[in-house]
Design a protein around this ligand. Sequence first.
Ligand code: HAM
Length: 439
Amino acid sequence: MLNKQPYKGTRDFFPHDKRILDYIFERMRCTAESFGYESYDGPLLEDIELYKAKSGEELINEQIYDFTDRGERHVAIRPEMTPTLARMVAQIHREYSKPLRWYSIPNLMRYEKPQKGRVREHWQFNCDIFGAPGRMGEVEILDIAISLLKSFGANSSQFEVLINDRQVIDVLFTKILKLNSEESTKMIKLIDRSKKLTPELLEKQIAEFLKENKSVTIFYDYLKLQNFEELFTFLDNHGHIEAVLNLKSIMTPLQALGLIEFIKFDPTIARGLDYYTGIVFEIFDKNPENRRAICGGGAYADLLKIFDEPSLPGVGLGLGDVTLLDFLKTHKLLPEKITQPHNDIQLCTDQADSINTLLSISDKLRKSGLKVIVSLDVVKFNKVFKDSEKNGADFVGLIGENEKNNCTIQIKEMKNRIQKEFKLNDINDLIIAIKKKSL
Ligand code: HAM
């Protein structure tokens, strides 16, 4: 017998689930477009080499869905959007004025162990800006991420933006701890995973990686840093104050935008993907029951170089539907009515020869922008109201024998059961009443 369940780690979206997804997508689109971002999309499949170039080992070795197609091409289902975006930008960036602001909400697939906040297919809101001056792209992307969450009614007691800079991490590993690039990459992966490890396991792994390194205590000092001031003092003490320039330059604009209260330095934010080169961030729910990243992103200066194009600095964010919904549910930020359907009017009759009249009315109402359900067969009027309630109709239109003979329609307002008769030869009054939501 065939299994009715969806493939492991993927979801069926029944209409009541899809309404929620559509609602959050709408918020994402509105937020991106309010900053002047334009919508783009790309293919579901890409040449695997696109991800091998810069996405990082974990994605390639453990999470990618790849196969050889009928033409012997080794392809992968997109596990993230940034490489596709970079490929597309590499084609056209010369003709476009900068900055380039694009957004997308692709579905992505990663072979992960399904658990709370982690599935194998998720939808991810992506916003990226290319060619912004200085660190203003970083500021704008952070602003978009925070604005989106605020548009659901969330505030700084519910989420925080944990931030770091790959250049700080680079200075720490290569200049202060004097690790080679291979060791440094390993350590970036380790600190990226550190929140998921117990303190004992983290200590064990640090000891393994840094066993020969006499500066291990410096690394522990770094991990203890709590805020920007402590980081600045730490780097100054080690003679590398220049490494804080990026972070310092975003502070004043973030202050001007009133966003500083959301921002916190976190030494363990490193980002697992290989292409980041500057400021990196993750947004976390502050509720300890739901400590997963809702959003992650950062600056990547050199991604276009994999296509032999000159550097074009990019900054972006990825925000997943699953983690966002967990966050919104945790903080009761989803409107209650969101799972119910909504229609303006349901039309019905108990007269077989009036069905065509209903169809013609429905056509006129729809042309004026209304959402209209027609009962396609004769109905018993005592059953109509239950059905219209289920369909979320604001009004019900009934044609019985009298209405048929008088060329009228009875309209009932569902919320108060007030009733009024309208003439069918001039439907405008009816349209106005439905739009006003009052008879
Ligand atoms: P990422 O951190 O891999 O970044 O993913 C961003 C967000 O997508 C995560 O914070 C999480 O909300 C969601 N997410 C990722 N994997 C899963 C999963 N298996 N199940 C559910 N949700 C998931 C990127 O993908 C970057 N390409 C983002 C970016 C855009 N950076 C610059 N531009």
